[in-house]
Design a protein around this ligand. Structure first.
Ligand SMILES: Nc1ncnc2c1ncn2[C@@H]1O[C@H](COP(=O)(O)OP(=O)(O)OP(=O)(O)O)[C@@H](O)[C@H]1O
Ligand SMILES: [Mg+2]
Length: 289
């Protein structure tokens, strides 16, 4: 190895030791500044609002492709860097979906100095300062044992089967840390906890609520392209309820439909994995996402 290479490795090691001892660089106090300075992108106005929201309980009812995963990935990463020993749990309708956020954060990590985190796994990222982010399956039994959680994040919360059971198994892990709960989703069933948290002012009056329709997320305000959305809206004209849910992020049930959203959500099997056609033909296992 060259002299320069050896110096770089030693420097890396030194920074790693500093990270373990909590004497790393000061990451920006403002998550928005962290995005711009370290990750090379500017959050949208509604992403900024979410990133800077200090509330203990937050629900974000945002339309499809508005940048939920992008924004939350930044938030989780920034929180883990800013706080030593910060413990994050990620829940989703299926573990395949909770792995997506881990993948996104892994992508962001490549822009940061090597010493901040150990080699990321598909379901877990561990930082040298003792913080960690873990993707969990939709299984109350597995979650129950996890101690001292600082942030519980539920993605597509409206579509998590047995959401109440999962929430109740997980939420008390915040009790000893005075931790926070964040859920993002497009609207699904009105029987969901997500619906209650978005609308019930008596039991969930202290939940901070964010709503983003496609109109708020069109370029240049967000990542959505007007041209294709106009076409999609026309295509969905026979199913306006679907459009209302997915793109206006409103709780809307098709009054003519045979199967309600509540029934469809109850029928989702979180254990199912996608299998590619090629994998079936070659006899290999499910797709590892
Ligand atoms: N502030 C931003 N600047 C640039 N690109 C962005 C920004 N926010 C999101 N994007 C891009 O927009 C696309 C959609 O983002 P993302 O996957 O986070 O959306 P989502 O709301 O989670 O989508 P889905 O509803 O499918 O889960 C991605 O390609 C992402 O990189
Ligand atoms: Mg997403």
């Amino acid at each position: 190895m060259s002299f320069k290479g050896r110096i770089r490795r030693l420097d890396d090691k030194l920074e790693r030791v500093k990270a373990v001892r909590g004497r790393t660089r000061e990451w920006p106090v403002d998550p928005v500044e962290f995005c711009v300075q370290y990750l090379g992108f500017t959050p949208t106005i509604y992403q900024e609002k979410l990133l800077r929201d200090p509330s203990q309980f937050i629900v974000a009812r945002w339309c499809r492709q508005s940048g939920k995963t992008h924004c939350v990935a930044v938030l989780l990463l920034w929180l883990c860097l800013r706080n030593r020993g910060f413990n994050v749990l990620v829940l989703a309708p299926a573990v395949r979906q909770s792995k997506i956020i881990i993948r996104k954060i892994t992508g962001f990590l490549s822009r940061l100095p090597k010493y901040v985190a150990l080699k990321p796994l598909k379901t877990k990222i561990e930082f040298y300062n003792g913080s960690r982010i873990q993707a969990f399956p939709n299984s109350p039994e597995t979650i129950r044992g996890e101690p001292g959680v600082n942030l519980l994040y539920a993605d597509e919360f409206s579509y998590i089967k047995n959401d109440k059971e999962l929430y109740e198994a997980a939420i008390f892990s915040l009790a000893t840390t005075n931790g926070r709960f964040l859920a993002t989703s497009t609207p699904g069933s009105r029987e969901s906890m997500f619906y209650a948290m978005c609308t019930d002012d008596v039991n969930y009056g202290d939940v901070s609520r964010h709503h983003v329709s496609y109109l708020d997320a069109l370029e240049p305000k967000g990542p959505l392209k007007l041209e294709i959305l106009e076409k999609l809206k026309r295509q969905f004209s026979s199913d306006p309820w679907r459009w209302r849910r997915e793109m206006e992020a409103e709780f809307a049930d098709d009054q003519d439909s045979w199967l309600s959203m509540a029934l469809i959500t109850r029928c989702v099997d979180p254990k199912l994995e996608y299998i590619r056609e090629g994998a079936i033909l070659t006899g290999s296992g499910p797709v590892d996402t």
